[in-house]
Write a protein that binds this ligand. Sequence first.
Ligand code: FES
Ligand SMILES: [Fe+2]
Length: 454
Amino acid sequence: MAIDERKLSALPVPYGMELPDRAPKQRYYDPDFFRLEAELLWSRAWQMACRLEEIPSPGDFAEYEILDQSVVVVRTDDLGVTAFQNACRHRGVKVAEGRGTCDGTFTCPFHGWCYGADGKNRAVTRRKSFSEHNMQPGDLDLTPVRCEVWGGCAWINLGHDAPPLRQCLEPVATVLDAWKVESLRTEWWYACRLPVNWKLAEEAFVEQYHVVQTHPQLAIPERYPPRDGRPTDPRTLVDGELHYLRVMSEGMAGMVHADDVRIAEGLAAMELPGDPGEAMATWHRRLNDEVVRWHREAGHDVPDLNDLEARGLNEPMGYCFPHYFVLPMYSSASSYRFRPLGPEETLMEIWSLTRYAKGEKRPPPAPPEWWECDDPRWPPIPAQDFSNLPRQQKGLHNKGFEYMRLSGPMEGHVSNFERTVDGFLAGLPHERLLPALREVNVNPLERPIVDIGL
Ligand code: FES
Ligand SMILES: [Fe+2]
């Protein structure tokens, strides 16, 4: 529900969101603000650490780095997932790097201390040479990190007092479960090093206000009946819709999967009611049914798209605070993760996800090289978004620029998100942050500024 923005209270945070529709520029580059985020946000928030398909078999591990912290996520014998801090209890060397399979033990490369895949210390080289107080049982195991599984991913939390993962992800977890995101698999995975703050990077992807200017190819007037009520041939609308699906599919190299575009093209000539509104509703319902039928025949675990629609769960974007997105469309999806590398440097990863037959063996997706944001290999839509970001980060520093002014109805998520960040930076306890998470973990598009309860 939209609210009177001026009545929201501000939290005592440096460069805090004193007005909900104004974001002070220092939030996006000030080193002290960045340090506060490391101390009070990244150390306490649930984070997507890896996709489960990266570690399919017992002993498989993936390293997750966030700022100066490194966590090893390991697949256990019972196909569960566990995690620990990546530092040998002797002199701190990382026991694992990147991705791989632990053949029973992680052996520290420095002096050879050994740890089981469960993080338990198994061997200390020349143990008798250490004094007793340095050899206390339990004190030699790798330090455990909280780890849970949801949505086809392993999640970690570096703190101890956060509520369980699922509670922190609602209501978006329910929406994305209905989409069966856990059965999506990687078709490709790319990474971009962006010379901007992580929040600035995320905020380029959470509203549709920028679409007409930044992605003019996506503004397709033929998709909609004319506003003045002039009669339209439903064919024109279907052609407009097909054009949109193709441009999306090519623009993202996925998201709308090429298979689904082909299924839609196969329906181009179907019979339609004369009324444009009814015609489009009929066409969409039929397309949903055909996509579901085609994929189920191929053995894919795909949700009933018309049922999703009927239950109001067909959201085009799901956001998980602080850094993870899933954008489902028809059978497939794009997914994003953002990680700060410094106050003005961000790693953004993009996955193109789709469905494969149940039981089909696929190799774990290879971790991507980091491309620069102007790399010619980027698909057109992210390339357009990336082209604005370095200019924006530079523009913020100008003396004549003080704060971003946000549109209440169109850029509400930016405000809701930034105020949730303030909740963390104010050091609020988790039970006070939960209501804010429930407001921010939704579809961010066209989300107004709301009272997040802080
Ligand atoms: S630092 Fe690991 S064995 Fe010495
Ligand atoms: Fe965009």
